[in-house]
Design a protein around this ligand. Structure first.
Ligand code: TXA
Ligand code: MG
Length: 337
């Protein structure tokens, strides 16, 4: 298949991508979190194409993207807590899981009776949804098991020849996927996947905010979000998180070979190691989130690297999402120095 390369800086190109989706095709597009791969959420044949292009497991449901939270009640049973969350955080990097309506086809939700609703902040994405006239079902636009794409080139590398078009846009400002929450009561919710909307922020509108155990452990039970059980974001090399000072890390790496590091701006020695990737300042979790997936993809391209040692990130704010994604890339391997 020939994949048409379009630009979201051009209104006509956004309309072309919208036509692709309206007529049953699949199109990749930028959002503020990561690039998505979209199809008409009411069309099972179109949605099936997404699963095939990505090699996505058939039991991992897709998020439904709308151009306005006001349309949520067309696709899901909303409740007062949803309305409060929507007023505060939509558009934005938040997905809320609600009981689904039949306007969303079962292929999108993998037969579940719930659906994830998200309204992206990035304006060209909302225009695409509006012009298509559809609710757009979209997972991240990567091959399943690879780090999510945060630049157009990541999508081109993964999906050229497999999808109808790629609507290229800005690099993704948040850089990690949306926070996924499930409403569990009148004033309670559970975080199934951490992201740009943090637990502290959610606590401003919801009295009881819990975190699903699958976020921090190799959970053996059933996570609230099926996607959390898969080993995600994994480069070809082994990833290991190192918990310690720069000095301790430099000492630990003395006798190691065929490795590189993901480190911080402040790490004067580690920065100089071959193919080291500087994630940003130690104290800047937003910058680390923005760059993490590019770091993992960059490491992937260097065949000589057999082990990637990553600095332990700060876990507060969006840093918690960075930590969660790194943990998964490392298959939960941490060395405490
Ligand atoms: O930021 C994002 O959320 C990006 C952009 C494109 O919007 N999308 C994204 O989609 O990350 P995906 O498919 O890569 O991740 C969706 C996550 C998965 O962990 C999935 O299991 C969960 O959301 N999910 C979707 N629908 C669900 C449902 N009804 N119940 C529980 N979990 C659900
Ligand atoms: Mg994904």
């Amino acid at each position: 298949m020939k994949t048409e390369i379009l630009s979201d800086k051009d209104e006509n190109d956004i309309k072309k991508a919208a036509d692709v989706i309206r007529s049953g095709g699949i199109a990749a597009f930028a959002t503020e979190t990561v690039y998505g791969l979209g199809a008409d959420a009411s069309d099972p044949k179109a949605v099936e194409k997404i699963f095939i292009a990505k090699g996505r497991p058939q039991d991992n449901p897709l998020i439904v993207h709308l151009d306005s939270a006001e349309r949520a009640s067309d696709y899901a049973e909303i409740c007062p807590l949803f309305t409060k969350l929507a007023e505060k955080f939509m558009p934005g990097p938040l997905t809320v899981i609600l009981p689904k309506k039949s306007t969303v086809c079962d292929k999108v939700t993998c037969g579940l009776d719930t659906v994830g609703i998200r309204v992206p902040f990035y304006e060209p994405a909302r225009k695409l949804i509006k012009y298509s006239g559809c609710a757009i079902a979209a997972p991240s636009a990567n091959i399943s098991g690879k780090p999510s794409p945060t630049k157009a080139e990541h999508v081109i590398n993964d999906l050229s020849g497999k999808i109808d078009c790629i609507l290229c846009g800005d690099d993704c400002a948040v850089g990690v996927e949306s926070t996924v929450v499930k409403i569990t009561g009148d004033d309670s919710l559970v975080i199934c996947r951490p992201g740009g909307i943090t637990a502290e922020m959610l606590s401003q509108v919801c009295g009881n905010v819990e975190t699903d155990p699958a976020v921090l452990t190799a959970f053996s039970g059933r996570p609230v979000s099926p996607g959390m059980k898969y080993k995600h974001y994994s480069p070809d090399a082994e990833v290991i998180i190192l918990n310690g000072s720069e000095e301790q890390i430099v000492d630990f790496l003395k006798d190691k070979t065929a490795f590189s590091v993901i480190c911080f701006e402040e790490d004067t020695v580690l920065k100089g190691f071959r193919d080291a990737y500087v994630l940003g300042s130690k104290n800047d979790s937003s910058e680390q989130a923005e760059k993490l997936f590019d770091a993992l993809r960059t490491m992937d391209k260097k065949n000589w690297i057999k082990t990637v040692y990553a600095r332990m990130p700060e876990k507060s704010g969006v840093g918690f999402a960075v930590y969660n994604r790194l943990l998964k890339a490392a298959a939960f391997k941490i060395i405490n120095l």
